[in-house]
Design a protein around this ligand. Structure first.
Ligand code: ADP
Ligand code: MG
Length: 163
C-alpha cells in the first residue's frame, strides 16, 4: 500500500475521539473502507458513531452489536458498519459475503479488522487504537493519498503528537 497519510493522534476523552472521527468522516468518499484495530473498549464503536455523524447518521443508531455482524445505514452516503469479533476469521467472513460488502458503494467501517486482514482492500484507511490511560487513547491513522486528507490533517492538528 502506498501510504501518503500517517498521523499519530492523542485523544484525552471520548469527546476527543468523537471529534477526530467526525473530522475523518468528513474526508471520506463513497467506496472508502475504514479498518479499525484495537482491543475491547478501545473506542472503535465510538469512532464509528463519529464517522456516522459526519455522514448524517444519528449516533444512537450506531451500536455495539451483540449478535449482528453487519448493519447497513441508509443516508446520503450509505454506511455499512461491520463488527467481525464473533467470526472465526477471514474464511468465515468470506463465506458470508464480506468481499461484496467491502466493495459496496457507501462507506464501510470494519471493527476487529485484524481478523479479516486478507480480505481488506489494499487501499483501505487503517485506524489503530492503543490504551494510554483511563480516558486516554493513542490513535494512529494510515491512509493512501485521498483528496480531503490534507484538510483532515490540518483539522486534526490539535490532536497530533508534538503538534
Ligand atoms: P470498542 O468498540 O473498541 O470495543 P467502544 O467504543 O465500545 O470500544 O467503547 C470505548 C469505551 O471507552 C467507552 O465506554 C468510552 O466511553 C470509553 N473511553 C474512555 N476514554 C476514551 C477515549 N479517549 N476514546 C474512546 N473511548 C474512550
Ligand atoms: Mg465495538
Amino acid at each position: 500500500m502506498c501510504e501518503k497519510l500517517y498521523l499519530r493522534l492523542t485523544s484525552n476523552s471520548p469527546a476527543d475521539t468523537l471529534e477526530i472521527a467526525r473530522e475523518l468522516g468528513a474526508a471520506l468518499r463513497p467506496g472508502d473502507v475504514v479498518a479499525l484495530y484495537g482491543d475491547l473498549g478501545a473506542g472503535k464503536t465510538l469512532f464509528c458513531k463519529g464517522v456516522g455523524e459526519a455522514l448524517g447518521i444519528p449516533p444512537g443508531r450506531i451500536v455495539s452489536p451483540t449478535f449482528t455482524i453487519v448493519t447497513e445505514h441508509a443516508g446520503p452516503v450509505p454506511l455499512t458498519h461491520i463488527d467481525v469479533f464473533r467470526l472465526s476469521g477471514a474464511r468465515e467472513a468470506d463465506e458470508i459475503g464480506m468481499r461484496e460488502l467491502l466493495s459496496g458503494d457507501g462507506v464501510c467501517l470494519v471493527e476487529w479488522a485484524e481478523k479479516i486482514e486478507e480480505l481488506l482492500p489494499r487501499d483501505c484507511i487503517q485506524v489503530r487504537f492503543f490504551f494510554s490511560g483511563d480516558d486516554r487513547r493513542e490513535i494512529s491513522i494510515a491512509a493512501p493519498d485521498l483528496p480531503g486528507f490534507d484538510e483532515f490533517r490540518a483539522r486534526s492538528i490539535r490532536f497530533q503528537q508534538g503538534g
